[in-house]
Write a protein that binds this ligand. Structure first.
Ligand code: NAP
Length: 249
């Protein structure tokens, strides 16, 4: 039980990678706040899974791209738990489009959640984070190896890696570690259907470990970064991709 007595918030934890991380942290003894935007039933199912493993969790709705919601979420955490040890910024969205089709709306949809949302959560989180706090930002391998038609999304993830490094410096003196995880191609509701056919075969061929990732593959690294085993690790951007280099096709 590496996280016994710790409290963790995972944003966007009703599905996919966030749900996998929430389950893994809960299984190691953390009390987990399972954030979601609209999928209440799925979030409650993650809470029930954690409880059935002997853990403790609470689902809390908040749209992480909206400042008022983020503030309300952390007020709820303060009221219920008083403190926070682990913040996993995971809620993110991708819109793949060529530059010819760029719209202001698509830009703001991605930057407001993937970048502003992470920053707002950290701003509110540091008010509650303990002196051995761990912030984990879910980035993407696209931050360094963008796909075709991913300029805005990849730029959001490049920003995540940069803010990770900047805030590791800023928050290090307070004992708070800040790292990012760069998942590769991972099977989640967001990617359902996208990795099929010829593209999928190329992506797997470009993955040394020979398959797509699963949320549990990302959760293992998140668990390490959340735990005291990583007490000397901060400001790092770590890939969890089965070894993909380049765009993978
Ligand atoms: P997903 O299956 O679409 O799940 C997204 C989660 O985020 C859901 O729980 C969703 O909850 C929540 N969410 C969406 N908008 C939100 C908002 N405005 N406020 C709060 N929560 C919100 O996505 P995923 O594939 O697991 O991706 C998770 C993270 O990993 C993202 O940051 C993504 O960029 C990154 N990533 C994914 C891959 C991949 O291949 N899957 C690869 C690299 C990086 P609701 O259903 O309630 O909206």
């Amino acid at each position: 039980m590496k996280l016994q007595g710790k409290t963790a918030l995972v944003t966007g934890a009703s599905k996919g990678i966030g749900a996998g991380i929430a389950r893994a942290l809960g299984a190691q003894g953390a009390t987990v706040i399972v954030n979601y935007a609209s999928s209440r039933r799925e979030a409650e199912a993650v809470v029930a899974d954690i409880a059935s493993n002997g853990g403790s969790a609470l689902a809390v709705q908040a749209d992480m791209s909206r400042e008022a919601d983020v503030v309300r979420l952390f007020e709820t955490i303060r009221g219920e738990f008083g403190t926070l040890d682990i913040l996993v910024n995971n809620a993110g969205v991708a819109v793949f489009q060529l530059i010819d089709d760029l719209t202001e709306e698509a830009f703001h949809k991605q930057f407001n959640l993937n970048v502003l949302g992470y920053l707002l959560a950290i701003r509110e989180g540091v008010k509650l984070l303990s002196s051995k706090g761990s912030v984990i930002n879910i980035s993407s391998i696209l931050s360094t190896d963008p796909y075709l038609a991913s300029s805005v999304y990849s730029a959001t993830k490049g920003a995540v890696d940069t803010l990770t490094f900047a805030l590791a410096r800023e928050l290090g003196p307070r004992g708070i570690r800040v790292n990012s995880i760069l998942p590769g191609h991972t099977n989640t509701p967001a990617t359902d259907g996208h990795f099929a056919g010829e593209l999928g075969e190329k992506l797997i061929a470009g993955t040394p470990l020979g398959r797509f990732g699963e949320p549990e593959d990302i959760a293992g690294l998140a668990l390490f970064l959340a735990s005291d085993d990583a007490h000397w690790v901060t400001g790092e951007s770590i890939r969890a991709s089965g070894g993909v280099r380049g765009v993978g096709y």
